[in-house]
Write a protein that binds this ligand. Sequence first.
Ligand SMILES: [Zn+2]
Length: 512
Amino acid sequence: MMKTFVLGIDGGSWRILDELELPGFQRLTSGGTVGELTSSLPPITYPAWKCYSTGKNPGKLGVFGFVNFDRERQTNRQNDSTHFDSPELWDYLSDEGDRVGVVNMPTTYPPHEVNGVMIAGPNSGDSGLVYPEEREPELLESGYVPLSSGHRLAFKSGGEKTISTAKTILESRFGAARQLLTDEEFDFFNLTIYCTDPVQHHFWDQREVFETYRSIDRELQDLLTLLDEDDDEWNVVVVSDHGFQPIRGAVYLDTWLEQQGFLERRQTADTDPSLLQQIGVTKDNAAGLVRALGVERVVDLLPESLVQRVNRSLPSEGGISVVNSTDWDCSDAVFLMGGIYVLNESRRDEIMDEIERELLSFRDDGHQVIDEVHRTDDVYNGPYTDAAPDLIPISDDYKLLGLSVDGSLFDPENAWIAAHEMSGVFVGHGPAFQDRSEVTLDIQDVAPTLLHAMERPVPNDVDGSVRDDILSDRVEDVVQWRDPLSSGQTHSASSVSEEEVKETLKQLGYIE
Ligand SMILES: [Zn+2]
């Protein structure tokens, strides 16, 4: 049987790869299938990686961003792997008896049972990230470095600090993959690189980004050498969750909705206390602590699980400030990461038409801000579409944040100089793939195409297609279909309790 190795690159971009002409990637593109991979709508990491691994659209997954908005309860929910409700490529391969390895893909924490090994991706904290859990000590001792908030800060720092931190993390990810592939037999392996996303946001088209891609390429060359030595033939596939592009700045669509009269704010914001406030941390004493010690020191002092927990309750991550400051009775619509939710049910269609029309005529100094507005009903299907935003605006030149801290419409000082775009990277190299270029695949095509290329049946509930137009004559023509696996295979998270957070903060003298 042909084996398959998938290298996922978060935010992988031909804009950078074409410029750098890296030897490892060039080995894959010569003689392989090369093209663009169209991301999910909107092109964001959650749920895009799961659209790749399930072959389904977000309406069947029930996840529309890092956070989901609950219209009825008027709250946000931070998403993790337990909120996705669909078996993935590796679950189907496991079901067929194939041995799989899955390393570092965002959306995989907490990890779930597979026939093989799964190491969860970012937002996993520093424990509970490996399935089977008894293998975690061995993997961490052999040098696997979970992504910490300290690393995230280093990705923003610039210069050598960013480059060396990215290199350390990359070596750890590729090192774990090589070790597993050397010691054990796998039929399928998925390794995802995440640091490309934060580094590109901050240092697009600069040395930090170029050096990060060069580090990836050096690791890739070693990996290809290892796969060459195997007696079995390997297909090597490169995918991204979305592409990357330079941006003019940020635009805050919550402010825009407010200025257009669709959104009303409460006079006094933050009447619902955030987690931080609930445990006695106010903006003032938090700011004092950070001033006294510096952000990096604070992050170093606190256990990673706590930093993550606190991060989740901050407005920048979850849109909590938008939720808390919205006057629900007087607002017709709200913008949160992922799109615009219409709140006024009785005038829903009318409001959608108005917002769409106004968004498309929205100009910044004569420059069109929003390029496309998608209607959820046109682009999503499945049991969860009711929970999705109603309108999904796409901007080619601006990154839509929607979370203005001071009511501004544009942020020229935005720390991000680049952001996601729909068009990403696809390469298929090896016995299953044709020598073709300039193909375009949808991110949902990858799972069904890879299952078929591996001569495994394809679940009949996928939205993507088996792309036999890129597969070689080594692959059977006739697609075998199967019934979907039932979901509910995932373990639940062992998350930190509120009590533990309070206790830790007390011990640190942070609260009384
Ligand atoms: Zn991403």
